[in-house]
Design a protein around this ligand. Structure first.
Ligand code: MG
Length: 163
């Protein structure tokens, strides 16, 4: 068992935002990543840094290793993060395809939280059936991770260490 709970971090819809109206663009900036223009949330890096004090952060994104190639310097993270890789094709509008890799990484008992914009019923069923403490935090893709999510995650991590 790791000293800290694991936090699985999705990128699209959590850090890279989409689906917002042009006249209602959140704070952030466009960056080219592998020839694709992504709009990175202004506050995401600072929020991940706060969460890193409480969690072992792990990329859980269809970006796979591309996340480490581009994101730590853009977000101000101190270094690369462990990164899940998937042997299945991402399926838009769902994230249950990530579950097998999460199980392989964390095992059944490791406390883990997972922030993603696409939790579906399959993910909630999986979380409810996991033996270890499990928290799903679902973002909205035009907004991504916000302070409410950070507070929820830190409160949950603190609750794990209570007697
Ligand atoms: Mg996503």
């Amino acid at each position: 068992m790791r000293a800290k709970p694991v936090l699985l971090v999705d990128v699209d819809g959590v850090i890279s935002l989409f689906g917002f109206a042009q006249e209602d663009r959140p704070d952030g900036a466009f960056h080219w990543v592998n020839g694709v223009l992504h709009y990175l949330s202004q506050g995401a890096g600072e929020r991940l840094l706060r969460l890193q004090e409480r969690y072992e952060l792990v990329w859980a994104t269809g970006w796979e290793e591309t996340a480490n190639e581009y994101l730590p310097p853009l977000l101000g993270l101190p270094g690369e993060l462990p990164c899940l890789s998937f042997d299945v094709m991402p399926r838009f509008g769902s994230c249950h395809w990530k579950v097998a890799a999460i199980d392989a990484y964390a095992g059944p008992d490791q406390p883990l939280a997972w922030i993603d914009d696409n939790h579906d019923n399959g993910c909630h069923t999986w979380a409810a059936q996991r033996p270890g403490p499990t928290l799903l935090v679902t973002t909205k893709s035009p907004v991504g991770i916000d302070d409410t999510h950070v507070t929820q995650l830190i409160t949950w991590a603190e609750s794990l260490s209570l007697p």
